[in-house]
Design a protein around this ligand. Structure first.
Ligand code: SAM
Length: 247
């Protein structure tokens, strides 16, 4: 494409998509629902509203999985375009797992969406290419979080927005206690029961625990060159939205 994104080619799609959604992503979607009690949908709605996609913008959703956030951005930009006019938005979904991308393609996209295989730490995009960068439940999995944040800054235009939705640290002790019980006991059991894979869900819980808290992560975003970084706690800090500006 004109941006040099490594799109999934049409022929490759046909080979990749068949059955992938059933094999990989439908179970993953079910786990998301089970683990968050369906609340991740509301968190994603709040995140998309915060990003506020506009007509004509290029929006990049990193670790985009099957495109949950990208579909929201595409529809929101189109609704704004219907009111105010302007050019079509473009929403790029980037994920390093080709099977997730293939499953997203199979699930169905919006006309504004482009699917790309690539790594958050070294994205196949030029400097200053996008108006907004988002990453939802993805940065926790990236091997070098600070490198991914610098890479986000690199691909954003000056004045561009950064948005991250991620599990975080519940702020109040009672919520923290309930959440600990839920995550350490229930989630690995659900993982064993639904996915026949207790270890992966144990890992998931531990990766949430290891991830920096709201203030620490905010400082990391600032260290990557973002300004006016704000934190919004969701469900008492079980998840958090970090938003910042590339200057
Ligand atoms: N953003 C989607 C959502 O909110 O539903 C998917 C989140 S899923 C829990 C995490 C995704 O991050 C997976 O699709 C995985 O392939 C992707 N991922 C992990 N590390 C990555 C990296 N270094 N670069 C790109 N994608 C990555």
């Amino acid at each position: 494409s004109s941006f040099g994104f490594r799109d999934v080619e049409a022929g490759e799609k046909v080979r990749l998509v068949r059955g992938v959604f059933d094999r990989v992503a439908s179970r993953y979607d079910l786990m998301n629902d089970l683990m968050s009690g369906g609340v991740h949908r509301l968190w994603k709605d709040a995140a998309a509203a915060r990003l506020n996609p506009r007509p004509g913008e290029t929006i990049l959703d990193v670790a985009g999985g099957t495109g949950d956030m990208a579909r929201r951005y595409a529809r929101m930009a189109r609704r704004a375009q219907e009111r105010t006019g302007g050019a079509d938005a473009r929403v790029v979904v980037l994920d390093y797992n080709a099977e997730m991308i293939a499953a997203g393609v199979e699930k169905g996209g919006e006309p504004e969406m482009v699917w790309t295989v690539g790594d958050a730490m070294a994205m196949p995009l030029p400097d200053a290419a996008v108006d907004a960068y988002s990453i939802s439940f993805g940065i926790r999995n990236v091997a070098d979080v600070q490198a991914a944040l610098h890479e986000a800054r690199r691909v954003l235009k000056p004045g561009g927005r950064f948005l991250c939705l991620e599990f975080s640290r519940p702020v109040a002790a009672p919520i923290r206690a309930a959440y600990d019980a839920w995550s350490f006991n229930a989630i690995p059991r659900i993982g064993e029961w639904v996915a026949k894979d207790r270890d992966s869900y144990q890992y998931l819980v531990e990766s949430i625990r290891r991830f920096p808290d709201q203030a620490t992560f905010k400082a990391m975003i600032e260290a990557a060159g973002f300004r006016n970084v704000t934190v919004t706690n969701l469900t008492g800090g079980v998840a958090a939205l970090h938003h910042g500006w590339a200057i």
